[in-house]
Design a protein. Structure first.
Lengths: 445, 147, 579
């Protein structure tokens, strides 16, 4: 048991967490001498993000010197060089955005348009397939409060919120009292479908283990059973038919059902096709009962990026401005595909670490081209970056807007001062934009 | 032993990643780990924190091994997402933009090789700047501005 | 900056100016009596001059649009247009779901300066206001959804009209909303359980409250507060054959509620996209128009205004807080269905819709809309809308005008283009009305401004906002009644010669020459602060229990509404406006 923090002189309530797509907005920051010394209500990971280590903090702009060592420099030099490299490139990619504000993202979109860049976010490696399925089939979703207030049956498929979105069950879905579910947990049936016996499975009423990569079979079988048709074999995806029949009966008889799914569905073999069938299952269930679904979005503002990009360009991610107007073609204008084809000649990551997120084969291309990092902390990607621009933490040092996994917008506060020589992503991108405009007008003259 | 490699978020790896301590040993200890079914470990006479070399079509990497809490899942290992897992996963998107993070076939063998820190790993595997070993550490290495 | 708009042919119905050749003087963003010799002269001799266009019901900002764009990239692709070299506007994208900048460009070029976003759930109001920040060149009031809100349902159920009054007053401040929107009252809440309500008197299963009770209570509150706009109602049973009786009952249910004495508008209720609510029959097989009865009611009563929700024969996207109706459409068409239920407040849904000249139901709907245009004798009781993008995108307004102004065109469509249900199942064929420019100016400017209670616009009287549109149409020499002129007319109205907003030229010769930030227009009731505070303190624990965000993070703060026009309303007093 950790000891509670008593040594603080200021409390800031109702702050929004900057970790996952739960965007918990009931966090209290405890301050001493204008520094955060503790947090209340946050989960372990959220707390670690809010009070994070400062010894790996990026504090000054840096450019890599001839020996290959990053060397501190002035903002002007770092920004001028970044602008020049970006302006002179033909296939730039601006990637990341999941952990910054919508305000910064909008500046980034302007930079992308001006430079003919591809702008893309973590959807490209996470729930992009989910978005494709929405585009194929449909989009029956809800806000989390609908689940809290109404749901008597909740299903988690290929996701483990107890580890990845720790307060999902306790704050939003399973445990809290809801308007129509006064007894909270007791009034609900929780079912987890996962190849592994996850921590979420452990707190569920029922765990259905199915074979890896057989999601597509499994969901189709459920649709077949819902329609009252027979399945010849005894088991599907490693699950006995009787168990599937029992499951579909629970689903069909729910008063309000909610299904959450994660990367275990969207990243396994059939990818968007898995989600296609899952959506169709939800649609079918609405003939009998009320069902909605929601992808478990990871970073606190991946959803916000999709929304901002659709507002500005029409498309949710992987937008290519090479022709001056937006194009979106899955597999063509998306980051990993571009890197695998060795196309980009400039790469900038904004509040994201490709070193943590990308396959090695894709990362290899980053050793061949100029790479820029805009972030708060030294990470694997810093080891591959030519220029480093130190930024600030949204929701802690900088205010801004983020969208929760269910697209509820939240205004995130500035609570403490930023390190002296760091600047917000929005500021950095605005500075870049102005330099790029100058380069453009010079050329036009 | 032939196994299926699965990657994804783990709570401990995410904790250190968000804390911003990716260079340090604590991050290595949390992310450079293959979680195995205890039965599989027994078959290979592995104890927790032993080291294994994991190979896939895309590369090889040395990892600690540990007992999975999500078992049973014989024939499958789980590696938290991060620079170590990335070496093994498939870049294949099947033209659907998402690389293949889950369900990669691979093999494992026991080893005495070292599990590398992030800076060592990034420079050894990608070698963008040809850095000398003294420039690699569990702390940021950079040149301060001369005033 | 001063302007002299010289020798145009002016249509300003509010000031009884019906096609007079005259000069318009503009100074400091207002219409004035005269200008100095420094004024810039814009020679618009013989050209069509009207007040800036006012749209009182459109869907242009907020979560519905985002979902639409996200799941319909095919619609985005349809509207791609690279940025032109001679224009300062950027690229365009989207057809029925244009991007935010595109919405601004297209409305501005059509000569519109005020557009109402008709359905904003307070929980996601920040989203709507954030999108408004990306739409250039318009004044945008937003209507706040209240028709299925749990606090409202509770106060109605317990007959606590005072609390409801304070609640609405407070919630408009939180959402930075302009007026009260009611959508399928009780039906969208029933959709929380996959159900709907059937008509005005079918109670929602849990709350045991009816649509009638909600509409009358909110109308009373609206008039007590003296909001500039009346309640804005999307009645129950949208899109169902036989629904015209529900619509008639809705028209009638508030007729005895007294209008606040301080407001200029005539109506106590605005019924929106009435076309979708005007069908007889029991199924899509035996459906026919119910417009005649409704038109008759509208013509005989003055407490009511409508907009049409005209169908335009496009592949478009429907979006509404009437989610059960969208699921019905999904069952009917099988097209991809989107649904989003929003805790404590509303549900909502979307589905693509393909209105075809060869499909009997589409044609019936098209004809019903036109029946209203033809049948309602007083143009001040209606406004031109497509419920954009539901009946068709707003860029089709000029096309609709071309139909309204030419019987030759309309008869040609009835005889040669559209399915025979237009003639056989509606009374459209019995009308021979042709709209005059004055009537067009009424239903696109004067009337919607008056209905909204935005009395500083929709006309060109002294002191009015200098929102003016000029079209490259020589009024004397151009005959809009000719079928052969329809396409020309449409094109001229799509591409204004001048669009002037607040005395600034935004469009010149069909090119956008200036981009300004859109204005957030919202209503602030003064005088109930204490009551609101007591109510809020009481609500907070419940709020924090049933919402999933904290009350403290709920409201739209200043960050999102720059620049704003706050319409101050003194409770029990008069309305005054300031910027």
């Amino acid at each position: 048991m950790e000891t509670p923090i008593t040594d603080y002189d200021e409390e800031i309530k109702n702050c929004s967490c900057s970790y996952c797509g739960n965007n918990c907005d009931d966090i209290t920051y405890l301050l001493k001498n204008k520094q955060i010394v503790g947090v209340r209500h946050a989960c372990r990971i959220g707390a670690s993000k809010i009070i994070n280590d400062q010894d790996q903090r990026l504090l000054n702009p840096m450019i890599r010197n001839e020996e290959g060592i990053l060397e501190e420099t002035s903002w002007d030099e770092a920004l001028d060089l970044t602008a020049k490299l970006l302006y002179n490139s033909t296939r730039p990619v601006l990637y990341g955005w999941g952990e910054t504000s919508v305000e910064a993202i909008k500046k980034g979109i302007k930079v992308a348009e001006l430079t003919g860049s591809v702008i893309d976010n973590q959807s490209t490696i996470c729930h992009g397939s989910t978005i494709q399925a929405f585009q194929n089939v449909g989009h029956p979703v809800m806000t989390l409060g609908e689940v809290k207030n109404r749901a008597d049956v909740i299903i988690y498929v290929g996701t483990n919120p107890m580890d990845d979105h720790p307060r999902h069950l306790s704050r939003y879905t399973t445990f809290p009292e809801g308007f129509f579910r006064k007894n909270g947990r007791e009034d609900r049936t929780i079912i987890t479908l996962d190849p592994k016996f996850t921590n979420t499975a452990k707190v569920s009423d029922k765990w259905i283990q199915f074979n890896m990569n057989e999601d597509y079979l499994l969901f189709n079988a459920l649709r077949i059973l819902l329609k009252g048709q027979k399945i010849e074999s005894d088991e599907i995806a490693g699950v006995p038919i009787t168990e599937l029949e029992e499951l579909i009966n629970i689903m069909k008889n729910a008063e309000y059902g909610a299904l959450f799914f994660g990367l275990g569905v969207s990243q396994t073999l059939a990818k968007q096709k898995n989600v296609d069938v899952l959506i169709q299952l939800i649609e079918d269930l609405n003939r009998y009962s009320k069902w909605s679904m929601l992808p478990m979005r990871g970073f606190f503002n991946v959803s916000g990026f999709n929304i901002a990009l659709t507002s500005e360009t029409g498309y949710p991610y992987g937008v290519d401005f090479a022709r001056g107007y937006p194009r979106f073609m899955v597999g063509e204008t998306t980051t990993i595909d571009l890197l695998n084809r060795r196309e980009p000649d400039f790469f900038m990551a904004i509040s994201a670490d490709p070193g943590v997120q990308f396959p090695g084969y894709s990362i290899q291309h980053l050793t061949q081209i100029p790479t820029i990092q805009i972030d708060t902390h030294w990470g694997p990607y810093t080891e591959l970056s030519d220029i480093v621009l130190p930024s600030t933490r949204v929701g802690v040092e900088t205010e801004g807007t983020a969208y929760r996994m269910d697209s509820i917008p939240l205004f995130m506060k500035k609570v403490i001062d930023k390190p002296e020589n760091c600047h917000s992503d929005e500021w950095i991108l605005n500075e870049l934009y102005q330099r790029l405009e100058m380069l453009k007008s010079k050329e036009e003259k | 032993m032939e196994i299926m490699i699965n990657t994804g978020t783990s709570v401990i790896q995410a904790f250190y990643e968000k804390k911003g301590s990716t260079l340090k040993d604590e991050y290595r200890q949390s992310a450079a780990v293959a979680f195995m079914d205890a039965k599989d470990m027994e078959k290979m006479s592995l104890n927790p924190r032993d080291k294994i070399k994991v190979k896939s079509e895309w590369g090889e990497v040395v990892l600690y091994v540990d007992k999975s809490h999500d078992a049973p899942h014989e024939g499958m290992i789980f590696i938290p997402k991060g620079p170590w897992a990335n070496i093994l996963i498939s870049p294949e998107t099947y033209c659907c933009n998402i690389p293949t993070y889950k369900g990669i076939p691979g093999t494992i063998t026991k080893t005495n090789d070292e599990v590398l820190l992030v800076s060592e790993l990034m420079n050894k595997v990608y070698n963008k700047y040809n850095l000398k070993e003294e420039n690699l550490s569990d702390r940021p290495v950079y040149k301060k501005k001369e005033d | 900056m001063e302007y002299l708009l010289k020798n145009g042919i002016v249509f300003d119905p509010k000031n009884n100016i019906d096609g007079e050749q005259m000069d318009i003087f503009i100074k400091d963003g207002k219409i004035v009596e005269n200008v100095s010799s420094d004024a810039k002269v814009l020679d618009v001799s013989g050209k069509l001059v009207m007040p800036g266009g006012v749209d009182l019901h459109s869907h242009i900002a907020g979560p519905k649009l985002s979902i639409g764009r996200l799941y319909r990239p095919e619609d985005i692709r349809r509207g791609i247009k690279p940025a032109s070299q001679e224009d300062i506007s950027g690229f365009e994208a989207g057809f029925s779901l244009p991007t935010c900048p595109t919405i601004g460009y297209r409305y501005t070029k059509m000569g519109y300066t005020t557009v109402t976003e008709a359905a904003v759930p307070p929980l996601e109001a920040k989203h709507a206001h954030e999108e408004i920040n990306s739409i250039p060149n318009l004044d945008i009031p937003t209507l706040t959804l209240f028709g299925n809100n749990w606090f409202m349902l509770k106060y109605v159920k317990e007959n606590r009209l005072d609390d409801l009054t304070y609640f609405i007053s407070k919630w408009l401040k939180l959402a930075k909303g302009y007026g009260i929107k009611i959508v399928n009252p009780c039906g969208s809440e029933a959709w929380g359980w996959g159900k709907n309500v059937d008509g005005l008197d079918d109670p929602e299963p849990h709350w045991n409250v009816t649509g009638r009770e909600v509409i009358t209570a909110l109308t009373k509150v609206n008039e007590r507060l003296g909001l500039p706009h009346s309640v804005h109602v999307h009645t129950n049973d949208l899109g169902h054959p036989g629904n015209y009786t529900t619509t008639l009952e809705t028209f009638d249910c508030i007729k005895d509620i007294k209008k606040n004495k301080n407001v200029e508008r005539n109506q106590t209720m605005h019924c929106t996209h009435v076309q979708f609510h005007s069908y007889k029959g029991t199924s899509w097989r035996d459906v026919s128009s119910g417009a005649t009865e409704l038109i008759d009611y509208i013509n005989k009563h003055n407490h009511l205004t409508c907009d049409i929700g005209q169908i335009t024969f496009d592949e478009t996207t429907t979006m509404t807080a009437d989610a059960p109706m969208e699921y019905d459409l999904f069952r009917l068409t099988g097209l991809k269905w989107a649904n989003k239920d929003i805790e404590v407040e509303t549900s909502s849904g979307l589905i693509p819709s393909i209105y075809s000249k060869h499909a009997p139901v589409s044609v019936l709907q098209w004809a019903v809309g036109l029946e209203f245009f033809m049948g309602v004798t007083d143009p001040w009781k209606i406004a031109l809308t497509t419920d954009s993008p539901n009946g068709g995108p707003f860029i089709r307004y000029p096309k609709i005008i071309s139909w309204l102004m030419s019987q030759e065109k309309l008869q040609d469509m009835l005889n040669n283009e559209v399915h025979n249900w237009a003639v056989n199942r509606t009374n459209l064929g019995t009308y021979d009305r042709e709209y005059t420019w004055n009537e067009i100016a009424t239903i696109t400017r004067a009337s919607p401004a008056k209905i909204l209670g935005l009395n500083d616009r929709g006309h060109l009287g002294m002191g009015a906002k200098a929102d003016v549109s000029v079209y490259d149409i020589d009024v004397e020499n151009f005959d809009p009644t000719l079928k052969n002129n329809s396409a020309i007319l449409e094109n001229k109205l799509l591409n204004s010669k001048y669009t002037i907003k607040d005395g600034e030229i935004l469009v010149k010769d069909a090119k956008i020459v200036k981009l300004v930030k859109s204005n957030h227009i919202w209503c602030k009731v003064n005088g109930l602060e204490k009551e609101e505070e007591i109510l809020t303190n009481r609500i907070k624990p419940e709020f924090n229990k049933y919402y999933t965000i904290k009350y403290e993070n709920y409201g739209v703060n200043e960050h999102y509404i720059k620049p704003e026009t706050c319409v101050d309303i003194e409770y029990g007093g008069v309305i005054c406006e300031n910027n």
